[in-house]
Every structure is written in structure tokens, then in C-alpha cells.
Design a protein around this ligand. Structure first.
Ligand code: ADP
Ligand code: 5GP
Length: 216
């Protein structure tokens, strides 16, 4: 990564609470933003264009994809989703840190292109809790078949948990958000993110056998 901001990738089975947890996280950490994906999925009643997603029709998505505009993209539950490369790059270069909330296929593509990206997998406490959250999600009345499908995809997705750097269980929301905040805080102190500032300080000490202290 050439930018100064850190790139975080959060994946979790649908219904785990990743949108809820990441929204709470970005509200709490200055300089951290959630990336806004493009999708061909129609908006849910509670969703707004440009806030939850950039909603585009399938033809427009495909032409953006074919023009190479996406850092990553995937077909999830029959709809296309993607992260626009230029949006990500501009924010990171401006020193802001970014969270991509994307599925496991997209996360794999980001890992290949941005080896410094930090992967976080959110797990629900159990399959039963996941099912309950899927059923209770407001503004998203899923049919029985859709719930079965999401649970079956979840069974596949959780097998990828070890491809990520961190795993966080979303049991109590506050605890989950606090764990995410700790991961972001630690990453901001990594060599990748804090190295330039640290090197400037160490350089200001001068050479080990350099005689008089240069700061005097
Ligand atoms: P996702 O983005 O992973 O599909 P959402 O953020 O939409 O999931 O959350 C799914 C549902 O679960 C929502 O109704 C949300 O309020 C609820 N939820 C999220 N986190 C928790 C939690 N820690 N405890 C209880 N309910 C939660
Ligand atoms: P939903 O339609 O419920 O908002 O999201 C469905 C799934 O699509 C979730 O697993 C979510 O992480 C994934 N998703 C959302 N945006 C993107 C994206 O830009 N790229 C990829 N690969 N997946 C995405």
C-alpha cells in the first residue's frame, strides 16, 4: 500500500451484524470511514442511495466492471457488489483509514492487490443466533427460502475464517465494537502505519557514535 491510511476488510455471514458493528466503530474512531460499495441490488425501504450503497442497474455495474473500475467485485446472492478502486485510493492517500465491508470472495481479491490490508472476520455466537438476527432484521423481510440460502452460504463462508488476520465474535454489540476499536488502534501503531513518524524521530537522534547530541 502506498497510502498512509490503513485498509481494513471486514467479512461476516449475512445477518451477523457487520453493518451495525462497523457503523458504530467508524462513529467512534476519528479518521476512519466505511467504504460505500456499488451494487446492482435494489435498495431496501430504509436504505438511501449514496449513504448505504451506490445503487446502480446491472448494465451500469457491468460497464464499470468491464472498464476495470473496481478494486474487487463479487456476485453475492445473485446481485453484483463492488468497491471502486479510485474511491479507496483517494481516501488512503489523503491519510484516512477505510473499512471495506465485503464478502469472502472480495476479501480474497483485496488481499492479493493490497497485501497490507488487515482482514477481520466477524462471527455470530452460534448458527441459532445468526438465524434469529436474520429473521429480526428490520426493513428486510426475508422469505423462508432466502433465510435457508443465507444460512447455507454462512456454512461455506465460516470455513474461510482462517484466511483473516483477526476473528471477532459479535456477541454483545458493545464488546464487539470495542474489540474492533482495539484492532484498529493496534494497526495504527504498526510499522506499516506509524513507521514514517517513528523513523523521523529515530533519525533525529543522529548516528550512534555521532559525538554531541544533535538536538542541543
Ligand atoms: P449484516 O450487515 O452482517 O448482514 P446487520 O448489521 O444488518 O447484519 O445486523 C443484523 C441484525 O442483527 C440487525 O437487526 C441488528 O440490529 C442485529 N444485531 C447486530 N449486532 C447485534 C448484536 N451484537 N446483538 C444483537 N443483535 C444484533
Ligand atoms: P447486503 O445486500 O445484505 O447489504 O450485503 C450482502 C453481502 O454483500 C454481504 O456479505 C456484504 O458484505 C457483501 N458486500 C457488500 N458490498 C460489497 C462489495 O463491495 N464487494 C463485495 N465483494 N461484497 C460486498
Amino acid at each position: 500500500m502506498s497510502g498512509k491510511g490503513s485498509l481494513f476488510v471486514v467479512s461476516a455471514p449475512s445477518g451477523t451484524g457487520k453493518t451495525t458493528a462497523v457503523d458504530a466503530l467508524v462513529a467512534r474512531v476519528p479518521g476512519l470511514e466505511r467504504s460505500r460499495s456499488y451494487t446492482s441490488r435494489p435498495p431496501r425501504p430504509s436504505e438511501r442511495d449514496g449513504v448505504d450503497y451506490h445503487f446502480v442497474d446491472r448494465a451500469r455495474f457491468e460497464s464499470m466492471r468491464d472498464a476495470g473500475e473496481f478494486l474487487e467485485w463479487a456476485d453475492v446472492f445473485g446481485h453484483l457488489y463492488g468497491t471502486r478502486a479510485i474511491d479507496t485510493r483517494q481516501r488512503l492517500d489523503a491519510g484516512r483509514s477505510l473499512v471495506l465491508v465485503i464478502d469472502v470472495q472480495g476479501a480474497r481479491q483485496v488481499r492479493e492487490l493490497e497485501p497490507g490490508a488487515v482482514g477481520i472476520f466477524l462471527l455470530p455466537p452460534s448458527p441459532a443466533v445468526l438465524e434469529e438476527r436474520l429473521r429480526r432484521r428490520p426493513g428486510d423481510r426475508l422469505t423462508e427460502a432466502e433465510i435457508r440460502r443465507r444460512l447455507s452460504v454462512a456454512r461455506r463462508e465460516v470455513r474461510h475464517v482462517e484466511e483473516y488476520d483477526y476473528v471477532v465474535v459479535n456477541d454483545a454489540l458493545e464488546d464487539c465494537v470495542e474489540r474492533l476499536r482495539c484492532i484498529v488502534g493496534a494497526e495504527h501503531q504498526s510499522w506499516r502505519a506509524a513507521g514514517d513518524a517513528a523513523r523521523a524521530i529515530t533519525a533525529s537522534f543522529g548516528e550512534p557514535d555521532g559525538g554531541a547530541a544533535p538536538w542541543r
